[in-house]
Design a protein around this ligand. Sequence first.
Ligand code: ATP
Length: 296
Amino acid sequence: MIAASSLTKRYDGFTALDEVSFAFPGAGIFGIVGHNGAGKTTLLKIIAGLVAPTSGELSVNGIDVVHDPVALKETLGYLPEESRLYETMTAEDYLAFFGEIYGIDKEEITIRTRRLFTALSLETGGKKMGEFSKGMKRKTAIARSLIHDPSFLVYDEPTSGLDPMTSRFIAGYLKKLKSEGRTIVLSAHNLYQVEAICDRVMILRRGKVVALGTMDELREQFGSITYTIWFAHPDPSRIDRNTVPYRLDDRGLACDAGDMAGLNACSAAIAAAGGRVERIESRYLSLEEMLVAIGE
Ligand code: ATP
């Protein structure tokens, strides 16, 4: 359970987070989304106990993070937006270095490293990290966040900059981490992935929470159905696009409407222009469309 009350963060008069309150109940994957500069990284750092809020309260699984941030350390795995890996080190030595900081014995570190690299499908070939691809570097950073077997993970854009295959692999891996009973709070710009893997999503805009809930709850909140009317017409070039703003794609002639009134108006305009409505499809707004709708 993560519960925040009136979290505010100011940097030299600039308010990055403004009275942010939320609760993520139980375990699961919680997504924080928003435009660039919305405050996602700032909030994640506060949740991880790495940055102190200017004011407000926050507890993670009963730990008062604001007043006792170090108490989280043992159970927290943090993945920064960009992790600086030591270019001249091997990934194995890198994990050993952090494992030792956590007081794990050498043999156990080797076992865990092997297990993590296998689970993450990371084949290092004994290379130095400076020679790694972006995907390999991200997987190494994720492995490093897990070396001490934490139950609470705070991941800042875990799949950013990765190719679609690697990105999808990491998303699947996050679901596996959840199935092992871990809680993950993440930020991401890949909104389709957020929809696919997150149990709850929070939308931040200029440091304020504008929406929070399961995807179903957000769809409800955004009031959210769009309609596409597919129609036939003997000569589309004769249709006045000002009255029927249609588009033509490989599935035929289509006209989009944002609500029921638009749907009725558009159907009537199609009929008046000599067209025949063939079918109507309804669709919920995607998370991406919600973000576009709230604006920057
Ligand atoms: P992005 O999607 O681009 O990573 P974000 O949602 O993670 O953005 P933050 O990095 O949290 O946004 O930044 C929120 C705002 O706070 C930005 O306007 C940023 O410039 C400002 N900010 C963040 N850290 C600092 C800092 N240390 N000093 C001053 N301003 C900061």
